[in-house]
Design a protein around this ligand. Sequence first.
Ligand SMILES: Cc1ncc(COP(=O)(O)O)c(C=O)c1O
Length: 457
Amino acid sequence: MAASKKHSGSNLQKLDKDHHLHPFTDHKDLHAKKSRIITHADGVYIYDADGRKILDGMSGLWCVNAGYGRDELVDAAAAQMRELPYYNNFFQCAHPPSIELAALLKEVSPPQFNRVFFAGSGSESNDTIVRLVRRYWDLLGQPERHTIISRENAYHGSTVAAASLGGMKPMHQQGGLPIPGVVHVEQPYWFGSDRTLSPDEFGLLAARSLEDKINELGVDKVAAFIAEPVQGAGGVIIPPDSYWPEVQRICDEYGILLISDEVITGFGRLGEWFGADYFGIRPDLMPFAKGVTSGYLPLGGVMISDRIADVLIDKGGEFYHGYTYSGHPAACAVAIANLKILQREHLIERIKNDIGPYLQERWLKLEEHPLVGEARMVGLMGALELVENKEPLQRFDEKQGVGTICRDFLVDNGLVMRAVGDTIVAAPPFVLSHEEADEMIEITRRCLDLTQKAING
Ligand SMILES: Cc1ncc(COP(=O)(O)O)c(C=O)c1O
């Protein structure tokens, strides 16, 4: 029996309040409202303990890409757990699912990647990044080359190293972050700029803040640059076209490692296997997680290019790093089954040629609403910037919490999307049908109206 069936909704809420501290939550606020208990899910819909059906416009946390209710993934986990529920990949051991998944990942990744290092989550993958790039330069006899450059408002996870790589100031303020050797440069957030430059001019300027930082630190101190192809948790910030080619030029020219954090964009969200494919860049490392298993079991990892793997292997010596659940057999079995679903059902091509363009066209039209300063979407990843006035552009006072007001209307009307300040973000499952896309747009339009009425009193 599923755990949720043993208790009524209100009893679950009480137990939750009394015994459970949640991630990224203000508990005073939560206890005033009570938690929403999600009990089951199917396709693109989740259901709460009150029996309400809600379209999941966020794929859980950007991860349930193949949709809910996939028996094939459940069966893959169960079969693997019967055969070999756990064994590790430490001390010269391996098992069939970790090996088979490694080979499959090589098949779908850009050609410079032949190897993977497994972790249990995106944060662990990015912790691995910090250890790995420093180890790489150490092995090359350049131990001074330890600084990793990241970006303001980036999100790379919540462990000490991953949160340090991230550029979220409120996170840094809790716990004395970032750790030494991590610095941040500008994000390519044109809509958030004063918009005196064209998007392409602004994109070049943002990319060149990386070059300026390399010159300021001295190239012999810089190990790597890490970035999400499209910033997700920061508000679905899609860089101007000029941005990524310029970043690639800079990384090539200065010889620093390029890390594409594919935790959200990996495995199809932009209509290509990886964000790096979409933007035509050649990263040296690609941390991933989430969509590799469609969230059915936790798994992360780092795709490691030959440039780095060859040094690690040729120079030898133990890399003192790994996790008990690096390459967990059941998680790997689910990942194999999930990647096969993506391939067999052509779900990534569908984002590129069918549901992606279909939803984008309708989503971008939301910009006609008086509350929407900018609507943007790439693949199945979109944002609506809610503003007080469009021309001249005036944003709401943060304290009004307009994004949260809108988000709450959305959920009450049967659609989960996320509020990042006054930006509403969406990332629906890849299996979204045209009718479900229409439903998303219709509810969003209605809730924009409700939000406008609410703030106008
Ligand atoms: C780009 C990116 N990197 C890393 C992470 C961290 O992943 P996890 O929550 O699995 O640790 C996230 C999570 O949202 C993410 O969006």
